[in-house]
Design a protein around this ligand. Sequence first.
Ligand SMILES: [Zn+2]
Length: 310
Amino acid sequence: MINQLIGYSSKLTLAGIVGAACMFSPPVFAEVLRGDLDIKNLTIGIGDSKINVVVYKNTSKPSGLTFLSLHNNEQTFNPIVIASVIEKGGSFVALSPPLDKGGNLCRFVPFSVGGESYYFDPNRIWDDNRIKVGLSANCISNELGSIPSSPAVLSKVNSAVVGFRNDLIRVLGINNQDPNLYLVVVHNNRFLAFDSEKLIPTACAKRYTSKSQASDQASRGDFFFVTDDRTFDFYSSKDYNVVKQLPSTLSTNTCLDGSLSIYAQSKGLPFTTVEVNYSDDGDSDRSALKAQKKSASMLKTVYNAYNSLY
Ligand SMILES: [Zn+2]
């Protein structure tokens, strides 16, 4: 169930946002400081818990271009996305689950059902069967949550996650069949090299990749991940690393990846993932400043793609 927290809807300028919510000081953009941004803090109920979801929208420049941050521990793009939405229009939806026990931004979404704690990866909830597998295996860490103790409990917990996912679909407007909707998911990674076979480091990798182009110019680990040919061709022509998802993934039920890219392709929804490589390991190619500059350049290209293709 989606609730809007009354009193939290507000309009802020970029200056306020940058001060409040960002890891980095983005190299932006005197002109966007004029812009207003409508911000809504929603909560989505799941089991006994509520998860915050922040929706940033440029109401004066409406657009079907909708950015999404699923992994709250991957913040490199966020200030640049917000600045871009203020300047150029569109909206940005950011999951904001609670911090972990150490006070760190958390990739996973924790919740409780019947007094037991569970969690999920928000990019593994887009296939109902994958949700069940993930909850049953608890394959990442026992510290975050329990394994459901019986089929009946599993069914209840599974329903809670499915309900959360469906509410998020409503927030994103996917079910409104807006012909202008173009969903762009932003991620960071720590890949050390561009290798289309290894971009998705799971058993599903080969099913994902139908074609790819490696750029001489773009840095390793920075790439677009797309689901259709014309978007592939657009980003390829701008000399970026691009990977296209294998369409036949949709017709096999053996690849229970559960990621949003497969769900979007199954719905015929224009979709792109943007990944930027970032690490604080001292490598200058992967520094915060470099990641910011790359993020800004890639987002500019996303707007160009939207204006050209949709
Ligand atoms: Zn991610």
